[in-house]
Design a protein. Structure first.
Lengths: 630, 204, 112
């Protein structure tokens, strides 16, 4: 690996001594272990989920009845803006990152990602980006221009809110870009012997597509946000019509990112569901190659549809038609996946524990969201639907009914692997059903409200419009969702109090992570498995007879269950793992301070830059594995 | 072509990857691919707004093509010195590597110095960041490029210093290669900027 | 694809390959070409005949393309390296060209 030559062991190096903690608070701060980082992402993202959920409840309380003033118009703008920003950037993306970080190295038979310190850096920058954005509430006002920040409104708003928006999202973008390169290299380059690309689990494939979507779409919003920041902070004219600028440029740059972004939000959950459905159907995924190729197709075509967010801007019939066609086309690979999932379940030996319920919930709710999406693709129909609650219904069906349900499915499924114990099944079922009912009560009526003409982003509405009833139903639904989340939280608390069960393979899984113990040792596998087939773990446990019956491989075969007691394994000795480091968190702190400096003071920019540079230099000069431990 | 140098890249005994390619170089190319989109967006902004400034100064009022073309020569020359530095360390010739690394850094600094001089001249002629669309798009695009060059110079000087501390040897040729890839990228972005911004005339 | 030995301990592929590199002399030759092309770019900028016949922009693009390719293929070594690097770089490049051309068209940059 490229590095600088490491001095002889024992010489004092760098500004900071290498951290040594393996347990406790500092071990989490300095960890470079992808599993710990995955847990950090998951816990942090879930905390933001609760905050974003409270924001949603406030919105729903405000809209429950006409002419309310629970939230003033300007506060309302901040609340719905922060709700959107939070859910997109600080919940779904990092929850996906949690799963990707924890599982991908295990699923490909690796010991960690390609660049472990960079991985830690991504987490800390994400955390600081979220804290930075939220600190705006206390420092002059939160972002209030919608999560999509349209110019010129975002430029002309007199508060600091949209400046916090620009800088906060730039920070989050750095975290994700760097992570994208890291994970792309990991998946391409660190697979176990025998794991060809087409023996990778679908979840790993979807993760790979997502990394490229991130790498190619984030630079575009980076430029948009920089231009917004410069307009606000330095008086440039990027979106200033008086000087000849064009606010539509913002829309193009934003949606060039924003559309691939929604596929970034959904593909990991699709990957999760593609892992879960086969396990609880006791059948391989139907049409694995089709599922993989349609994921790639969705990623690719996803770059070619962005103008469907801009049909009503007046770009003209040629642009609208072209993008209408591409948007219709993208429904095809999506549909292919749905049919493959159904085909997986068809005539399967089905069982319905919580992960399976949430996975099926994903498929059904996502189909509904996808159908309303298809109606959006038709330009003249969208002229009626755009900027109404019909759109709000659509994206909540795909992002909540889709992504969130899928992520919960993953939580229930992999909880035993990560924490060594299964979540309570009864509470899981209650969570699922209450959430399913609550979700549909909340967002189902929004289709009707939208078609009745209720615009988006309004703080209140008059009684005469006849929107009251469904708004009230929607609010009741939202609180029902909240109850279901409380059930989940209770489940987590109760479960984590129980002693660990250490079941390596509680669900009779198909993929490599089930071959190691629960939780896995720090080095993941005592011996890196050699892969001979797709669903390698399954094939080590089961074989097919001539008449196609699945029979267990006789005991003493290639080691189902924990490899920790395996023959020939060296129990983790002699494996050089990357050492923990302070520098990722130091460098991210530098960026954090720099962010405030851009708003408040050039001295802070200088300080932040110095800390950032110190962190980067220390990092570059420190070996990835401490020689004394090699 | 002519004499091919046969070079073994040194990697540690334990390194092995699914593609046979080193992680860091793969990472650098993916990063550069994403950076193409970054500069593409800035250049697109410039081109969209070309000729739309409501007030002057306009490009033809301030551009000094001979001056800027000297800058272009300088940056291209720095790509040559960069690749010579890499060739040197791959042969194990640390002395030559230091020479060429320093030359690259100095050429880079001349380029940035030249940019700074150019910007201050434009500023004195009435083109500030906020004067008009041209000022806005020009300074931000070329400023981003200049910032990239500056980061490159810092990396070059760091490598130069490390080589004196015994921290950069033939085994670390890959590090020089990676910095080189970044440096050449910055050069090709300039090739595009020089053409699109300076040479292609902005209409009346 | 990559079929490898089945031994548990065998790494997938060793890194460390024999790579052909141009010699310093070749690099200098390329630099000379780059300088000549740059000079040509500046020259056509000043030649009225070129402007009058609408050749300026095509020529400038051609020259830029030549310089770009020389640096990428020789200095950045893509001509001699694994195709994988080139594939990723071209992905970014092709993506940028397509997407941004579409934006420019929608802003009617090329008409009127």
């Amino acid at each position: 690996m490229a590095s600088v030559s490491v001095p002889a062991a024992g010489t004092a190096e760098g500004l900071l001594r290498r951290p040594r903690a393996t347990t406790g608070f500092w071990s989490w701060v300095t960890t470079v272990d992808h599993k710990k980082i995955g847990i950090l992402y998951g816990v942090t993202a879930f905390a933001f989920f609760l905050v974003g959920g409270v924001e949603a409840l406030l919105i729903r309380l405000q809209l429950a009845r006409p002419n309310q003033q629970l939230l003033s118009p300007s506060v309302y703008n901040e609340v719905f803006t922060m709700h959107g920003i939070t859910m997109v950037f600080f919940v779904v993306m990092p929850l996906s990152a949690a799963f990707i970080n924890y599982l991908v190295p295990l699923m490909i038979g690796a010991r960690d990602v390609a660049f472990p310190r960079l991985n830690a850096f991504s987490y800390w920058v994400f955390l600081f980006a979220g804290l930075f954005t939220y600190s705006s509430w206390l420092l002059g006002g939160a972002p209030n221009g919608g999560w999509f920040g349209y110019a010129p409104n975002s430029v002309l708003d007199p508060t600091r809110g949209m400046t916090f928006y620009a800088i906060g999202l730039l920070m989050a973008g750095i975290a994700s870009t760097v992570s994208a390169v890291n994970l792309a290299v990991t998946i391409i380059n660190m697979r176990a012997p025998g794991m060809t690309l087409f023996r990778m689990p679908v979840f790993v494939w979807m993760s790979l597509v997502v990394q490229f979507l991130l790498a190619f779409s984030l630079p575009i919003i980076t430029v948009a946000l920089v231009e917004l920041l410069f307009d606000k902070r330095f008086g440039t004219h990027f979106f200033d019509p008086v000087a000849g600028g064009d606010p539509v440029l913002w829309q193009h740059l934003f949606w060039l990112f924003g559309h691939p972004e929604v596929y970034i939000l959904i593909l990991p959950a699709m990957g999760i569901v593609s892992e879960i459905l086969p396990v609880f159907s006791r059948k391989p995924l139907f049409g694995y190659q089709f599922v993989v190729f349609s994921g790639i197709a969705i990623g690719f075509i996803g770059f070619g549809v962005w103008v469907h967010h801009m049909y009503a801007v007046g770009l003209g019939p040629i642009a609208n038609t072209a993008f209408g066609i591409s948007t219709i086309i993208i429904a095809i690979p999506t549909g292919v996946k749905i049919f493959n999932w159904l085909g997986t379940m068809w005539k399967g030996d089905l069982t319905f524990p919580s992960p399976m319920l949430f996975a099926i919930g994903f498929v059904s709710m996502f189909v509904i969201g996808g159908l309303s999406g298809v109606t959006h693709s038709i330009v003249p129909s969208d002229y009626q639907q755009t900027d109404t609650y019909y759109v709000v219904a659509h994206f909540h069906y795909v992002l909540f009914g889709g992504a969130i349900f899928g992520l919960f499915a993953g939580a229930y499924y992999w909880w035993p692997k990560v924490f060594g114990r299964r979540l309570n099944e009864t509470l899981g079922k209650i969570h699922f059903w209450v959430m399913l009912v609550g979700f549909n009560l909340t967002f189902g009526p929004m289709h009707i409200l939208g078609l009745q003409g209720m615009p988006r982003r309004i703080q209140t509405y008059p009684k005469e419009l006849g929107l009251t009833f469904w708004n009230l139903v929607s609010t009741i639904g939202a609180f029902t969702i909240a109850v279901s989340i409380l059930v989940f939280l209770a489940n987590v608390v109760l479960t984590q109090r129980k002693p660990r069960e250490h079941e390596a393979d509680p669900w009779d899984g198909r993929t490599l992570e089930w071959l190691t113990s629960s939780p896995p040792p720090e080095h993941n596998f005592d011996e890196i498995p050699t892969v001979h087939a797709l669903d390698e773990a399954w094939h080590r446990k089961y074989a097919e007879t001539e008449d196609g019956r699945v029979v267990p491989v006789p005991a003493g075969g290639s080691g189902a269950g924990s490899e920790a007691e395996g023959h020939g394994g060296h129990g983790g000795h002699g494996i050089h793992l990357p050492s923990p480091s302070y520098y990722p968190v130091v460098a991210s702190l530098g960026l954090f301070v720099l962010g405030y400096g851009l708003i408040f003071s050039w001295w802070l920019v200088a300080l932040g830059a110095v800390v950032l540079l110190a962190g980067l230099y220390g990092w570059a000069l420190e070996p990835s594995v401490e020689p004394s431990e090699a | 072509m002519s004499e091919a140098a046969v070079v073994h890249t040194y990697e540690s005994e334990h390194e092995a990857t699914s593609t046979g390619l080193p992680n860091t170089k793969l990472a650098m190319w993916i990063f550069l691919a994403s950076d193409v989109l970054l500069f593409g967006a800035l250049i697109t902004t410039y081109v969209v707004y070309r000729g739309r400034s409501v007030v002057g100064p306009y490009p033809s009022d301030v551009f000094d093509i001979p001056y800027t073309s000297v800058s272009s020569f300088v940056l291209l020359a720095s790509s040559l010195t960069m690749v010579l530095a890499l060739a040197a360390i791959q042969r194990g010739d640390l002395g030559r590597m230091r020479l060429w690394l320093l030359a690259t850094a100095m050429l880079g600094m001349s380029f940035v110095g030249g940019q700074v001089y150019e910007f201050t001249t434009f500023y004195r002629e009435g083109l500030a960041l906020t004067t008009n669309l041209f000022g806005t798009t020009f300074y931000v695009l070329t400023g981003f490029h200049g910032a990239h060059v500056t980061v490159g110079i810092l990396m070059l000087l760091t490598l130069f210093s490390l080589s004196f501390l015994g921290r950069l040897t033939q085994r670390d040729a890959m590090t020089v290669e990676l910095v080189g890839l970044y440096w050449h990228f910055v050069d090709i972005v300039w090739i595009v900027i020089f053409t699109v911004v300076y040479l292609i005339p902005t209409g009346p | 694809m990559e079929q490898v030995e089945t031994s548990e301990r065998a790494p997938a592929r060793r890194v460390g390959r024999v790579v052909r590199h141009p010699s310093p002399r070749e690099y200098v030759r390329i630099a000379v070409v780059l300088a000549v092309v740059t000079a040509a770019e500046v020259a056509v900028y000043y030649v009225d005949w070129v402007h009058e016949h609408g050749l300026l922009i095509p020529l400038l693009f051609l020259f830029a393309l030549i310089k770009f390719s020389l640096v990428v293929l020789w200095y950045m070594h893509l001509r001699f390296d694994s195709r994988t690097y080139a594939r990723f770089f071209v992905m970014g490049l092709a993506g940028a060209l397509t997407l941004y051309m579409a934006v420019l068209l929608m802003f009617r940059t090329f008409s009127g």
